[in-house]
Write a protein that binds this ligand. Structure first.
Ligand code: ATP
Ligand code: MG
Length: 465
């Protein structure tokens, strides 16, 4: 159980008992207590007096004691919450769902087959909930091997089933495992939905066509205008518990511009995402994207009806089992070198087998991060705006994380260009911010190596282009 799970668990209890989410000081008390901090230390972090923190803590322990029917104090909070959380997870239906076959499905439950084409609201409401959902997973991949990601799956379960989040984004760099994770989530939770539809925007279509497509799949005859169709779709999301997944959403954004800017022809999607988040219904839309846009940015983690999950790399040697690699003691180092990205790893495994006879230690002994042609790095570079391209070229010259001042010295950029460029690269998961005495920025090591090795040949724009 990590601190986020504790916060979610306590927040859920508090909401159930008071109707309100944890406030900032309550959050700090939970977080601080979990990290074994004193009230004094917590009070310094949230800039209020120690007495006030102690008061908030005391009220919170009383509330949790009543909610859980246990005597909870600061001193036993950790052990008690962990014990209760594990017991409740084991009893929860969500985590016990049968894992269905991984084959792609396309099927209609009886209830929807019987619905009239116009599928009016009353008729649909009278349909009993069917155990077998309407599925269109034709464009979803089959997941055969799946490792780790327990905490991510639990987070998604919690957002969907406990917090009833209407818009969720699963974000991360290409190959990190976004599509696989969401498909795995579906395989685990299939029977909790009445409708599950997976659409890919690899070759995007207009919002109008997408909406018509979704309505048609649910056997609802689309009305004439896009506004009416959206209303029909929202009615459907209200009547039935639906899960709609849109994969490869980055393709509706402009290449060559800062991250997350809609192409004019797909601008409608922006309002669509806002509608899904703001209007009350019982369904969830999951967006999978390599690039973050404003609608995916969860500003207020507690109150905002959207959530986003930034996917980190996998840190599990299981990933390399059965690949024919040798020297298991070095595998974790190899995984770290390639940022836990299964696609980078898959490509380098072939190379290690061919050139180093599978000996990982020998490969690591070369002390060089090798880039293969099949890593999806040129595509990432080509999507960058001219400012970002120059910025990654500058960043690639440093081995260590750098400050903004270092970059200003290296580049002839205005402060605004630099800030926007760094912001955009973070939204693409290519640059990570490191906080400390000074804020520093680190270019993804694999991407850095790619830029270094291809630097002279990279076809990048200059600011005057
Ligand atoms: N948890 C996992 N366990 C085992 N293999 C995984 C896992 N996650 C991803 N993979 C493997 O990594 C590869 C890439 O995963 P996936 O397609 O989900 O990445 P992605 O983030 O969706 O990439 P893109 O943005 O390019 O679509 C897949 O072949 C998949 O089998
Ligand atoms: Mg994908």
């Amino acid at each position: 159980m990590d601190v986020n799970e504790v916060l979610q668990f306590v927040d859920r209890l508090v909401v159930e008992h008071t109707g309100k989410h944890l406030d900032d000081v309550q959050r700090a008390v939970v977080e601080g207590t979990w990290q074994r901090q004193t009230y004094d230390e917590i009070s310094q972090k949230c800039h209020v007096s120690k007495n006030y923190v102690a008061e908030v803590g005391s009220e919170l322990w009383q509330l949790l004691s009543a909610a859980l029917d246990e005597n909870i104090k600061k001193t036993n909070f950790l052990s008690t919450i962990e014990r209760i959380y594990i017991a409740s997870s084991e009893n929860s239906n969500i985590y016990q769902n049968q894992i269905y076959g991984n084959n792609n499905h396309f099927s209609y439950p009886q209830a929807l087959n019987e619905a009239s084409p116009s599928n009016d609201r009353k008729k649909s409401n009278s349909n009993p909930k069917s155990k077998s959902p309407l599925l269109d997973l034709t464009l979803a991949p089959q997941v055969i091997n799946f490792y780790s990601r327990d905490s991510e799956l639990k987070t998604l379960d919690d957002w969907i089933f406990n917090q009833k989040t209407r818009l969720i984004s699963v974000l991360g760099v290409s190959g990190i495992g976004k599509t696989t994770l969401v498909k795995r989530l579906i395989d685990r939770t299939l029977s909790n939905f009445e409708v599950i539809i997976w659409k890919s925007l690899k070759y995007p279509k207009s919002l109008e066509l997408l909406t018509q497509d979704l309505l048609q799949l649910c056997q609802v005859e689309a009305k004439a205008t896009i506004d009416e169709q959206l209303k029909q779709l929202l009615d459907l999301l209200t009547e039935k518990k639906c899960l709609i997944v849109l994969d490869d959403v980055q393709n509706i954004f402009l290449p060559g511009e800062f991250a997350g800017q809609y192409q004019p022809k797909y601008q409608d999607y922006q309002n669509f995402f806002k509608l899904i988040a703001e209007i009350e219904h019982q369904s969830t839309l999951i967006l999978i994207s390599q690039e973050q846009c404003a609608e995916m940015d969860c500003l207020d983690r507690e109150l905002y009806p959207i959530k986003s999950l930034d996917l980190p790399g996998l840190n599990d040697v299981e990933l390399l089992k059965g690949t024919g690699l040798k020297g298991e003691e070095s595998w974790l180092n190899l995984i770290k070198l390639y940022e836990g990205n299964p696609v980078y790893l898959k490509n380098v495994v072939g190379l290690i087998k061919n050139i180093f006879d599978g000996q990982v230690a020998d490969f690591l002994g070369e002390n060089h991060l090798l880039i293969t042609q099949d890593m999806p790095l040129p595509q990432l570079f080509n999507r960058l705006s001219p400012i970002e391209q120059q910025l990654v070229l500058a960043l690639s010259k440093f081995d260590q994380p750098v400050t903004r001042e270092d970059l200003i010295q290296a580049l002839d950029f205005s402060s605004m260009d630099l800030i926007q460029g760094l912001q955009s690269l973070q939204k693409r998961y290519l640059v990570r911010k490191i906080t400390g005495e000074k804020v520093r920025f680190n270019l993804s090591p694999v991407f850095r190596e790619y830029v270094r090795s291809c630097g002279k040949n990279l076809n990048y724009f200059t600011q005057n282009d």
